[in-house]
Write a protein that binds this ligand. Structure first.
Ligand code: AMP
Ligand code: GLY
Length: 417
């Protein structure tokens, strides 16, 4: 039919949302602001920053956009959802107030405490000496989190006092992420999984599960990143356990936000961990996960435009999912999540047959170049994860770019079960 959709953002997540929307016969045109070199092959990219709220609203009005899907947290925090709604436009993404579930760890922790949602014990500090005293008088390992947006990088799991001290110094004295607080958390042990739900008020629509790989290098070594690979489904979380996470975590959180007067509309992302006591929350995000979206949305068989519409109208909707497994491996710039070079040409992309999502690329004439830390997400699909893994690796072998690296063990935990 004739629907026009605007997707905000420029990563692999937005590329996957764009591709999913294009499968809908209801969608006539997809715009992406600002998009990237890969997204430009599928949608019309518009050069507007995700935080330039005024220009985005003007664009949406001028082009009579039927629905806007918001990718990045920065855009939500800048109030894109409130601004679009105030001029009568439909948007899938929470208000600035509800997005605090991600933008403020203290807000999230207080909400979980009040509504008895299982999570790690914590304490919040803005003073280095007090934080350091607290660390010294509590068991290790301990988890130190910068309380604000740090693109998944403001978290240190400290196994020694030295690591903890360095992290506190970095965050509270050297102000590496800006002036702010830290949250010090109890360490939880278990397998992590990502549970994204579409939410509108107290209506919660669960998606299929995925597992992300946050550490930079194989065997979960190296620093935390935005995510180096993911797969879906997650075989070690049974349907019963998923139901428990839905009823004990995702539904009460949506209801809690509603009761607090900050109803949530968009994707509520639960970063969960399966402990001996059951599933607990590591973090919430107020948006689609990246790279989880690139392995979950390709398994959606229902029309995503219908799904979004049902959620916005708070109608019942049960989506259909493919039984296929999808596994994706991130190709990142050497040096990421630290310093890295941009501009290297990526060769061989035209040889790939499967789905590739661009995370940080730019176009220069006919060349596709590196333009970010996480550059490409190459996915494989198959009857099971082993097949999906082989297919993804086969695709990667066709890409030539010495400036890129990737983890070779994505999905290993699930494959070895
Ligand atoms: P976050 O950005 O809060 O998701 O944290 C990044 C990563 O740090 C998580 O994916 C976990 O691997 C680890 N992490 C964070 N909090 C905890 C915790 N309380 N216990 C154990 N690991 C954690
Ligand atoms: N993959 C984790 C995130 O999107 O924050």
């Amino acid at each position: 039919m004739d629907k026009k959709v605007l997707v905000i953002g420029s990563g692999g997540r937005e590329h996957a949302i764009v591709k999913s929307l294009l499968k809908s016969p209801k969608v006539k045109k997809v715009y992406c602001a600002p998009g990237n070199a890969g997204i430009a092959q599928d949608a019309e990219c518009v050069d507007i920053s995700p935080t330039d709220i005024e220009s985005l609203v003007n664009f949406a009005q001028r082009h009579s956009i039927d629905l806007t899907i918001v990718g990045p947290e920065a855009s939500l925090e800048a109030g894109i959802s409130d601004a679009l709604k105030s001029v009568g436009l439909k948007v899938f993404g929470p208000s600035k107030a509800a997005a605090q579930i991600e933008s403020s760890k203290e807000f999230a922790k207080k909400l979980m405490e009040k509504y008895k949602i299982p999570t790690a014990g914590y304490k919040s500090f803005d003073n280095f000496d007090e934080a350091w005293e607290y660390v010294k008088s509590n068991p290790l390992p301990t988890v130190i989190k910068y309380d604000g947006l740090a693109a998944g990088k403001g978290v240190v799991v400290a196994f020694t006092e030295k690591e903890a001290e360095d992290a506190l110094r970095d965050m509270l004295l050297d102000l590496s992420f800006g002036k702010g607080k830290v949250v010090i958390e109890e360490f939880l042990a278990g397998q992590e999984f990502s549970f994204m739900c579409f939410v509108n008020g107290d209506k919660v629509y669960p998606l299929e599960l995925a597992q992300d790989h946050k550490r930079a290098f194989d065997n979960d070594q190296g620093p935390n990143t935005g995510g180096m690979g993911a797969y879906s489904p997650v075989p070690f979380i049974s349907d019963k356990m998923k139901e428990r996470a839905l009823n004990e975590i995702m539904k009460p959180t949506a209801k809690g936000l509603l009761d607090e007067g900050v109803p949530f509309c968009g994707v509520l992302y639960g970063g969960l961990i399966l402990t001996d006591e059951g599933p607990k929350v590591i973090e919430f995000n107020a948006r689609f996960g990246d790279p989880e979206t690139e392995v979950v949305l390709p398994r959606l068989e229902s029309d995503i435009y219908d799904f979004f519409t049902a959620v916005l109208d708070q109608k019942d909707y049960i989506p259909e999912w493919s039984r296929d497994a999808v596994l994706g491996i991130v190709l990142a710039s050497k040096g990421y999540p630290g310093n890295y070079e941009k501009g290297e040409i990526i060769k061989g992309l035209e040889r790939l047959g499967g789905e590739v999502y661009h995370m940080g690329t730019s176009k220069d004439g006919d060349d596709i170049k590196i333009n970010g830390g996480r550059v490409l997400m190459v996915t494989g699909r198959g009857d099971d994860l082993a097949q999906a893994n082989l297919n993804a690796l086969k695709e990667i072998s066709l890409i030539e770019c010495p400036a890129l690296f990737y983890r070779k063990d994505i999905g290993k935990v699930a494959l070895n079960r």
